[in-house]
Design a protein around this ligand. Structure first.
Ligand code: CTP
Length: 412
């Protein structure tokens, strides 16, 4: 049996030559059934690439508090609350000193300060640094905070010297975690046992996409992402590990079990969703993805000039839901939405079949209180057998609970 099945581990990798061992460590943890999210400091990326760690963990790697590319905030509080254990391996002398002093200047120190789970630290440094009274007093201080220290090994060091300070081998770290750490606290284990989706991984897409025309203009839509955010929160409430791929909206989820990956365009949403789907048990695609995108975004702002017309050439975006439907495995639940203005049931049924869904959630823009920018929604669910389940007008939170209950029934 996988000894870490369903456990959520934040692995923090700091700048040490031993960072190359993190790749094997991630593999071992994943093989034992853990879900691993990797954080790395900038100096760690001198020793191992984020691409290697994201490929092995199946999740995006976080290196900064602010994602400059997406213009978004990587919430350290969410990660700190999500994890059953925070493993810092390798932990450099510098990071250990920062932990001891409560310094918060990167994503790892921020997550450390907000973590409510056990923290396990595997130091790695040269012998002289390890033996220095400053490091030793920092280690004593970390122990007094309740952090667990995996003993360093003895042997050849990166400096060429032989002595103490080597990071424990990945196999030893794995063994330590299995043996010593109550990977989830007894309270959270008890809480999770009752939850119907614990151990399940879910992917949700939500919000609009923006398709760039030039550096200042885009084609977008009125979606706020509210419905998808409510679904992501409800799935997490039922114990699932949720990744929400969220288009540009000012709203954000407020649940520790939801990790948000921000995207802007349909292509970015496609890339994120197709990568995450391989490991997902449940996928709910509620995003209002642009169906067309400018053939080529202008690199400079388009000037008005003297023409009375501007023709934009648009090309079709990739259909994310249909692509996931093509690669769906047995046991995976795939849910889509249909927003229709006429022939609602007929069109929804067509989409259900064409995109190989388990069920489709139909919204009609004709219904009062349904669709974009409302706090309520009026849905009809159509399942694979084309059975129709009508629901009343409800708040988006209540609708999310209905949809998640439907998923739970389909899984059982
Ligand atoms: N969808 C998607 N990728 C796209 C377009 C749509 O994943 N490029 C998903 C939406 O998230 C939704 C479902 O497909 O779950 C249906 O979207 P909708 O816009 O209603 O349907 P389309 O397939 O785009 O068809 P049409 O615009 O002709 O109604």
């Amino acid at each position: 049996m996988s000894k870490l099945a369903g456990k959520k581990i934040v692995l923090a990798v700091t700048g040490s030559i031993a960072a190359y061992k993190s790749a094997l460590l991630v593999r071992l943890l994943v093989k034992e059934g853990a879900e691993v999210r990797v954080l790395m400091t900038r100096s760690a990326s001198d020793f191992i690439s984020a691409l290697t760690l994201s490929t092995l963990s199946g999740n995006k790697v976080f290196s900064d508090l602010v994602d400059q590319k997406e213009n978004s905030w990587n919430s350290h509080v969410e990660l700190g609350l999500w994890a059953d254990v925070m493993l810092v391996a390798p932990a450099s002398a510098n990071t250990i000193a920062k932990f001891a002093g409560g310094i918060c200047d990167n994503i790892i120190t921020a997550v450390y300060l907000s973590a409510r789970c056990p923290v396990v630290i595997a130091p790695a440094m040269d012998e002289d640094m390890w033996r220095h009274p400053a490091t030793q007093s920092n280690i004593t201080r970390l122990k007094s905070f309740g952090n667990q220290i995996i003993p360093v090994g003895e042997g050849e060091l990166a400096s060429g010297l032989v002595g103490q300070g080597r990071m424990a081998e990945p196999e030893e770290i794995l063994e330590y975690l299995i043996k010593h750490v109550a990977v989830s606290s007894p309270a959270s284990q008890k809480k999770n046992q009752k939850k119907k989706l614990s151990g399940k991984r879910a992917l949700v897409t939500a919000g609009p996409t923006y398709e760039a025309i030039d550096p200042v203009r885009f084609i977008g839509n009125h979606s706020s992402g509210k419905m998808g955010i409510a679904i992501a929160e409800e799935l997490a409430e039922q114990g699932a590990s949720v990744t929400l791929v969220l288009g540009p909206t000012s709203l954000a989820p407020d649940h520790a079990g939801v990790i948000t990956q921000r995207v802007t365009s349909a292509q970015e949403m496609f890339d994120a969703a197709t990568q995450l789907f391989a490991k997902a048990d449940i996928a709910v695609l509620s995003a209002a993805v642009a169906d067309f995108t400018p053939e080529k975004a202008a690199s400079e702002k388009i000037k008005k000039g003297s023409e009375d017309r501007l023709n934009l050439s648009l090309v079709k975006t990739k259909d994310i839901l249909a692509t996931l439907g093509e690669s769906k495995r047995n046991g995976q639940i795939l849910v889509g939405f249909a927003l229709e203005t006429r022939d609602e049931l007929k069109n929804a049924r067509k989409k259900l079949r064409k995109k190989n869904l388990d069920f489709i959630v139909l919204n009609s823009l004709k219904d009062a209180g349904a669709g974009f920018r409302h706090d309520t929604n009026h849905i009809t669910i159509i399942d694979r057998n084309e059975k129709v389940f009508p629901y009343e007008l409800k708040s988006k939170q209540e609708v999310a609970a209905d949809i998640v209950n439907f998923i739970i029934q389909k899984l059982s």
